[in-house]
Design a protein around this ligand. Sequence first.
Ligand SMILES: [Zn+2]
Length: 88
Amino acid sequence: MKKIQLRQDDIEEKGGLKSITFTLFKDDSPLWRIRFKSLHEGIESLFNPHLAQFGKMCYEMKGTGFTCPICNSEIDELGLCNCGTGSA
Ligand SMILES: [Zn+2]
């Protein structure tokens, strides 16, 4: 009977970015090694509400250079500002 096993080898963390290595074994000989690297700081960024809603982190948003007359904050690329009037 063939035995297939997935082993987690190590987790490296550098400057908030994580990389995880897995090795797939078949009959105790390594077949595949795969490394996952996080693109954003921390794994928890996957669950960041801003990332989930807009597809990017808040600091990655580009501004339009226009300022909202109501809340005086810069209107971003989605036409949003702090108070929500900028999209109108
Ligand atoms: Zn506003």
